[in-house]
Ligand binder design. Structure first.
Ligand SMILES: [Zn+2]
Length: 211
């Protein structure tokens, strides 16, 4: 599955049309995708057309969201993939609040590209080393923005914290759908199954870059 995809329906930064996403996902060999727009979750009603079309083509379509978090003092804490929470979360909450409300609802919170590098040297567009301070359920270990060092830092955090490592394309363009992906040990059929698989760490990151 590719668990981190933006479409132009709710993410202005993406040029992926939802209608063309399903076919492309199947061509990329995916069995499932999760839509993760910025601070917005596709409602079940809005998503229905895509889930039904996906089901016809053997593709599971789920809706999560990607949330940017800011501490109460206004500092950027990173971006996070949220699965299993059924309202849109916006982008003005703290990570502490997100963890509390999502965990209360039975969902999971995953650090999006925590080790994606940005200048100056040693800075990350993501939570970076603060990942060690929070009770997260997983992190992106395979991501198109990662170099070797980022990947190593992510693998180490996954191991030391004993949390799930996933792979995602973070696609904003059709060409990149499936570039990194998550292999699940068991077949799943819904969002609850995905959350359970992540909590049980029955997932593995895979990068197709360089193949
Ligand atoms: Zn994203």
């Amino acid at each position: 599955m590719d668990l981190h995809i933006h479409t132009n329906r709710y993410s202005g930064c993406s040029n992926i049309q939802p209608a063309s996403l399903l076919r492309k996902s199947r061509e990329a060999g995916l069995d499932g995708i999760a839509l993760t727009e910025h601070g917005i979750r596709w409602s079940d009603d809005t998503l229905r057309e895509l889930t039904e079309k996906g089901a016809d083509e053997g593709l599971l379509v789920l809706s999560g969201q990607e949330v940017a978090c800011y501490s109460r003092r206004g500092e950027f804490q990173g971006e996070f993939l949220v699965f299993g929470y059924f309202n849109s979360l916006g982008s003005s909450r703290s990570l502490e609040e997100i963890l509390e409300i999502v965990h209360d609802a039975g969902g999971v919170v995953i650090a999006a590209h925590p080790f994606k590098k940005i200048p100056p040297e040693g800075c990350f567009y993501g939570m970076g080393m603060r990942i060690y301070d929070y009770d997260l359920d997983g992190l992106e270990v395979a991501h198109p923005s990662y170099d070797q060092e980022s990947t190593k830092l992510a693998e180490e955090a996954m191991r030391k914290k004993g949390i799930a490592g996933i792979g995602c394309s973070d696609a904003h363009d059709l060409r990149f759908v499936g570039a990194c992906r998550t292999v699940l040990d068991d077949a799943i059929v819904d969002m609850k199954g995905l959350c359970d698989a992540i909590r049980a760490r029955r997932v593995r990151p895979r990068s197709l870059r360089g193949l």
